[in-house]
Design a protein around this ligand. Structure first.
Ligand SMILES: [Zn+2]
Length: 272
């Protein structure tokens, strides 16, 4: 297991629809797509599918019916091997911790940009912070693309376990962390990112049987940090309500809250 390349990529035993989905796109964007979900509104993804061919696009739309978001695996973003495999504890987390990456509010929405972001965060956490791997379990780009962070995270969610990360000091053993690309001290969250964040939280609350009003918190609720920024933090009550409504109601993810804002490019100052 140690130094196995791309933990999370070799997952097997997915349900039939997912296997079909994986087989469908496997040759185009890489094997190992773990799950698909109600991401039809994700324009960035639709663009990628469209570029890959009409058959793929049609199949993709047909498959976007499940209750889990599409999460790109570590092998897909070409993660480095962790220094050590993540510790997995046999219990669900009780908190979902919302972060911002404190990086540029990029206007780029592509898969390539999102994958590069994941690689950059992993390199920062391993090389600058000296951690075993990327600290957070999940990452969402400003284009709404959802990616696995720390190794073993996706399998752990599916098993209702927790792959222990490094994202909230003194509270890593009972929390799962989501890094949202951007800096939300003054700027608003792009609609695509927001929609994916709602989807991811619905998925996690369902998987772990969590009450969104209890479970969803900001990094600053645990540590002395500005993360996830005043703007994103101020929307956590709305996030909890949206997640709760989705869990109670039909699986209609398409409650977009508006398009992306004009991009700015603040100096790179780390990953929150
Ligand atoms: Zn944070």
């Amino acid at each position: 297991m140690i130094a196995h390349s791309g933990d999370g990529a070799e997952d097997t035993g997915q349900e039939g629809a997912l296997v079909t989905r994986r087989a469908l796109i496997g040759g185009v964007v890489g094997a190992g797509l773990l799950s698909v979900g109600a991401s039809v509104h994700n324009v960035a993804m639709a663009d990628e599918l469209s570029a890959a061919g009409p058959d793929l696009q049609a199949g993709g739309h047909a498959a976007f019916r499940a209750d889990a978001p599409q999460v790109y695996t570590r092998s897909q973003w070409n993660a480095r091997s962790p220094k050590r495999p993540a510790k997995v504890v046999g219990r669900a987390p009780d908190r979902i911790v919302i972060h911002h990456t404190a990086t540029a509010n990029s206007s780029k929405r592509s898969l390539g940009h999102a994958f590069a972001l994941s690689r950059k965060i992993q390199a920062w956490h391993m090389d600058r912070n000296g951690w075993d791997d990327a600290g957070q379990q999940l990452t969402i780009s400003r284009g709404g693309i959802v990616m696995e962070g720390r190794n073993k995270s996706l399998k752990a969610v599916q098993a209702k376990d927790l792959a222990v990360g490094a994202h909230v000091l003194h509270h890593n053993d009972h929390t799962i962390g989501i890094e949202n690309e951007g800096t939300y001290t003054k700027k608003q969250v792009p609609g695509r990112l927001w929609d994916s964040l709602v989807e991811v939280c619905v998925w996690l609350c369902r998987s772990y049987d969590l009450d969104p009003f209890q479970a969803i918190v900001g990094h600053r609720d645990f540590n002395n940090t500005a993360c996830p920024g005043d703007r994103l933090y101020a929307r956590l009550p709305e996030l909890r309500r949206s997640v709760a409504a989705r869990m109670d109601g039909p699986s209609d993810a398409n409650n977009a809250t508006g398009g992306p804002e004009a991009p700015i490019f603040p100096p790179f100052d780390g990953f929150g």
